[in-house]
Design a protein around this ligand. Structure first.
Ligand code: PLP
Length: 432
């Protein structure tokens, strides 16, 4: 096993901590859930990351999802470069916005009209405001372990970073801001029926991850999906499918296309910007008609739909549409799932490998994970050891048990085999 030289990363992190809280601009990057210090990245190409000490890693984070085509994908780089030459932001309409909007509408089955924003958080925040404005109702239902960005009212039982830090309710989120959010267990149709029976006329929307990635990969059951559809319809609430992570990842039309879900509104982020800051929300035309200036629900953005973001996003979506990588990503995902399962079985570690397409999680728990209650039983200390054992072998995993690992179109079968070999060694090391 190689020992990494991380001296330059260590120095950079010491400086960063003086400059930024925790030394980072987003908490998961600080490696808090696995202990130790983060690696500082210098550059990336295809499926590889290169740190500032000169180490190379096979990357399964992909900037937490966006880089489905791999890093520095030449057509995206060219599109951004040529857009930049023409000016980076005008605060006025451009045909680039038409292009990205029409691609989203073409690809995502339930989206009839769309509004571009700058992040997934903005997308979910705006979709909730729209749902409340459209229905005139105050309450929103979310599920424990689902993360929808750092919107105050959604930062309740919010999975991934918040869950691992043991602080699902952030200081600064007032009880009043959280009071209009009802939290239910994921995959529990009876709880959904009960909440609608009690609060139905007050519920504006149900927001959910259609395949959850933020407590690790968790798949919604058919019964749960059916209850979401029938309860919202029956009670006049909107169904908001948060596809910030799954959109353009699990299929061109996202999880909703894969699983046959028809939401009223969809939120998008990550891949939709091709690695630049973009989010989007869209859906039923009659609902979207309530957004300002056509309707009265306020939502705006100085840099929304800027030329760099729309160029990167449109080039990415066009590539995914014209050369769909999904069958290949699924095959690579299956290869990895089988390999990890065999590796963990060989050393007798309790585990479950969950996967949908190119999203994979090796859970250190002895049963299928269906909800946050099960996920919370995972051996996170064991995961931390496994994470570092893999990093030392040149494999860069998401730094928490409660995340999905992402495969990109730049990964090859031999990359996956190398990863399985590293996992076999790492798991033997941590089990022993
Ligand atoms: N919704 C989901 C399902 C996400 O996974 C995330 C981020 O991971 C968000 C919303 C928030 O997106 P962003 O980080 O772009 O604000």
């Amino acid at each position: 096993m190689t020992n990494l030289n991380l001296a330059a990363s260590h120095d950079a992190f010491a400086r960063a901590k003086q400059l930024m809280p925790g030394g980072v601009n987003s908490p998961a990057r600080a490696f808090g859930a696995v202990g130790g210090e983060p690696v500082f990245i210098a550059s990336a190409k295809g499926a590889q990351l290169f740190d500032i000490d000169g180490n190379a890693y096979l990357d399964y984070v992909g900037s937490w999802g966006p880089m489905i085509l791999g890093h520095a994908y030449p057509p995206v780089v060219d599109a951004v470069r040529s857009a930049a030459v023409g000016g980076t932001s005008f605060g006025a309409p451009t045909v680039g916005e038409n292009e990205l909007a029409s691609l989203i509408i073409e690809c995502v089955p339930s989206v009839e009209r769309v509004r571009l924003v700058n992040s997934g958080t903005e997308a979910t925040m705006s979709a909730l405001r729209l749902a409340r404005g459209f229905t005139g109702r105050p309450l929103v239902v979310k599920f424990a372990g689902n993360y929808h960005g750092h919107v105050d009212s959604l930062l309740v039982a919010a999975g991934s970073a918040a869950a691992t830090l043991g602080a699902p309710n952030s200081p600064g989120v007032t009880p009043r801001a959280a009071a209009d959010t009802l939290v239910l267990p994921y995959n529990d149709p009876a709880a959904l029926v009960a909440v609608f029976a009690e609060h139905g006329p007050q519920i504006a929307a149900v927001i959910f991850e259609p395949v959850c990635g933020n407590m690790g990969v968790v798949v919604p059951t058919k019964e749960f999906r059916d209850a979401l559809a029938t309860q919202t319809k029956q009670h006049g609430a909107l169904l908001i499918c948060d596809e910030v992570m799954t959109g353009f990842r699990l299929s061109l039309g996202g999880a909703q296309q894969l699983l046959g879900i028809t939401p009223d509104l969809t939120t998008l982020g990550k891949i939709v910007g091709g690695g630049l800051p973009v989010g989007a929300y869209g859906g039923r035309s009659d609902v979207m008609a309530h957004v300002l200036p056509e309707g009265k629900v306020f939502q705006a953005g100085t840099l929304s739909g800027n030329p760099l973001a729309t160029a990167a996003g449109a080039t990415t979506l066009r590539t995914l549409r014209d050369e769909p990588p999904y069958a290949r990503l699924d095959a690579l995902g299956e290869q990895l799932q089988t390999g990890l399962d065999q590796a963990a079985t060989a050393v007798g570690l309790p585990h479950h490998v969950a996967r949908v397409g190119s999203m994979v999680t090796l859970f250190f728990v002895d049963e299928e994970v269906t909800s946050w209650d099960v996920a919370a039983r995972c051996d996170t200390a064991l995961f931390a050891k496994y994470f570092w054992a893999m990093l030392r072998r040149g494999v860069y995993l998401p730094c928490s048990q409660y995340e999905a690992l992402f495969i990109s179109a730049a990964h090859t079968e031999s990359d996956i085999q190398r990863t399985i070999d590293a996992a076999r060694e790492s798991l033997a090391e941590v089990a022993g």
